[in-house]
Design a protein around this ligand. Sequence first.
Ligand code: EPU
Length: 426
Amino acid sequence: MEKLIIEGGRPLYGEVKISGAKNAALPLMAATLLSPGRHILRNMPDLRDTRTFIRLLANLGVKSERTGNVLVLDTTDILHTEAPYELVKTMRASVLVLGPLLARFGKAKVSLPGGCAIGARPINFHIMGLERLGVTCKLEGGYVDAAIEGPMRGDVIYFDIPSVTGTENLLMASVLAEGTTVLKNAAKEPEIGNLVDMLNGMGANIEGRDTDRLTVHGVSSLSPADCAIIPDRIETGTYLIALAATGGAGTVTNCNPAHLPSLLEKLRDVGLRISETESTISLDWPKREDKQQRLGNVDIKTMPYPGYPTDLQAQFMALMSLSSDTCVINETIFENRFMHVAELHRMGARIKVDGHFAVVTGRGMSGLSGAQVMATDLRASSSLVIAGLAASGRTEISRIYHLERGYENLVDKLTGLGARVWKEQE
Ligand code: EPU
């Protein structure tokens, strides 16, 4: 296993280019199962999770070919329709093959993902929605064994809570259904807009993109896709927060500022200067010459899009540990997403957790010091990287395979911004 070493306390400066979004790439790869043929996915990030998904598809019979950031998936010959536990347990998003396999073949057997470090994360909405479309789902031996005779039949499906992969799975399930399906209280994350664009480009008929009501008029067949993955908004936010936390300044390129409305306002609220073009975001301090930089404090509450993203909660907590005041962070999406707190304590952060709330007492820009810490999940790990970059001295982060799930070329990108960071064997 590898660990990440950071010699912190150096402001980051410069430009960093954002990769394609992990959480868009995974459903788009799943959607290629809907139609036989050669699909082209552009701006595809090379991550541990995208590689796992390619393995999952290969196991079903899909052939893949990657040239740079273009991935070609040939879904002509599907050998079987089962996603085994060995693959699903390493990546929950594997459950995204359920909808498209059912739509094309009328059957799919997918392992239940089980619990996760950040919460229980059930898939009851996915199953309930499929049943509304006429699918019979049996839960046996840790698997969802789902089947339907003939095509699915459109219906109205209401989500108690907007679910991102739930919305994606049911969109993919319903595009080939008979009649019209309406998804109410659907999730509105930009990754879902990316999927809607891909499906409509393949010949689907989906209305309501970017709203919480998606209307799917079923079509009888689809053609192969040629589609680009949107920029990763969570990677974008992570680098912006890293620039701020180190007292640095710079520009994030190849991103979409429109996908980060809440974070950009929060960064302005703590006193940073944020300017945007269509595909770049620049961050600076109001008085660069002032060596005594002070970060203001601001509360955050994680919410479904366009609210503040849970996937940027841990990173913002690292930033608020460096502020000059107290802030309250309310995590409303996942029940166990404060695991980074104990690790941040090891670096000198003052944070008290009570249920879904964390109270962070900022220690000022030079308030953290390097330590040995452990990565526990993807976003928790990136908060430790941010804290390590800002802290004085050496930080060692073990179990960095978590980071590799979602951050392409992290070490190179940080080095390009002037960070002293490298990997070592544990
Ligand atoms: N939920 C249910 N039942 C369901 C589905 C969801 O109760 O059937 C609950 C969840 O437990 C949670 C809430 O609904 O409390 C929202 O969960 P959602 O289904 O939206 O999460 P997800 O689709 O499993 C995706 C991202 C996560 C991100 C969340 C929230 C992908 C592959 N994953 O997960 O990304 O945190 O949406 O935005 O898109 C990450 O990238 O680090 C990551 C965890």
